[in-house]
Ligand binder design. Structure first.
Ligand code: DAK
Length: 258
């Protein structure tokens, strides 16, 4: 692949968007390769993903403005559809995805980070949805996900005003979980991914599904989503071993994903 690198470190997969000449902007080819990479993840052997951008300046500087500038209405819709499909695949991937935001996360960059389960960023990161300055709305879910992740008034201020925010403000409003010096970001993201990967994979996956599906439901229905997923963990080898190890006052000798 030209624009996406994939590496596996133990149970953790690392996806790097690699188009530094355009600050990792998302054109059709990048989106196509990203989708193929996500579709190709081996869920038997991979328990968490880290998503980052190549270079020291940018995570993703948005959808590719040069490519978008000449789109017809129909092509624009198709481009938006592809982006939404890829971002939704990230959001609903059964295993957790951590965004390691190493710089600009603007437009589609902010939107792809928001499709991830957890965001960590470098102290140089910049987040924003500058689309209204280009004559368009956010097109890859920005109006929806930002308004769900941060206070709605803050989301509206950022989107209507095309106001970018720095890492410390992103942390203050809860858009990111933690801020690191750039060189510490990827190691921290990998460390968190490895910590997640140590836990019972079936249970972690059930937690992701419960949280994501439950958030779309009323509480009475949401709690049933959890009930079913809770039930589904029983009689798995990892549940039996996890509880047995506790009762025998010993550590689990590696969960098996069974
Ligand atoms: N697209 C294409 N090229 C980009 C780019 C982008 N988003 N961002 C940067 N580049 C390119 C620059 O054109 C430049 O290329 P060369 O001139 O060297 O060939 C190179 O990357 C380096 O950029 P700069 O020279 O501008 O670097 P600076 O450090 O001076 O500035 C910057 C960095 C990130 C502040 C600046 O590049 C910038 O403002 N970039 C654009 C950021 C932005 O507005 N992003 C949002 C894009 S809009 C939809 C689907 C999707 C979307 C909307 C609708 N539907 C179809 C419904 C999403 C929209 C967006 O994401």
């Amino acid at each position: 692949m030209e624009f996406i690198n994939y590496e596996q470190e133990g149970f953790v997969g690392i996806i790097t968007i690699n188009r530094p000449k355009a600050l990792n902007a998302l054109n059709s080819e990048v989106l196509k390769e990203l989708e193929a990479t996500i579709d190709g993840i081996n869920l038997e052997t991979t328990r968490a993903i880290v998503l980052t951008g190549a270079g020291s300046k940018s995570f993703v500087a948005g959808a590719d403005i040069a490519e978008m500038s000449t789109l017809t209405k129909a092509e624009g819709e198709a481009f938006g559809e592809r982006g939404n499909r890829v971002f939704r695949k990230i959001e609903t991937l059964p295993i957790p995805v951590i965004a390691a935001v190493n710089g600009f996360a603007l437009g589609g960059g902010c939107e792809i980070a928001m499709s991830c389960d957890i965001r960590l960023c470098a102290d140089t990161a910049l987040f924003g949805q500058p689309e209204v300055g280009l004559g368009i709305t956010p097109g890859f879910g920005g109006t929806q996900r930002l308004a769900r992740l941060v206070p709605v008034g803050k989301a509206k201020e950022m989107i209507y005003g095309a106001i970018n925010i720095k890492a410390d403000e992103a942390y203050r409003i809860g858009l990111v979980n933690a801020v690191y010096p750039l060189e510490e970001l990827l190691p921290a993201a990998k460390k968190l991914a490895a910590k997640i990967a140590k836990n019972a994979p079936i249970a972690v996956r059930a937690c992701k599904e419960a949280i994501n599906k439950g958030l779309d439901e009323k509480m009475d229905d949401a709690i049933v989503v959890e009930e079913k997923l809770f039930g589904s963990c029983f009689q798995t080898e990892d549940q039996v071993e996890g509880m047995k190890a506790f009762l025998e006052k010993r550590k689990v000798d590696g969960f098996k994903n069974r």
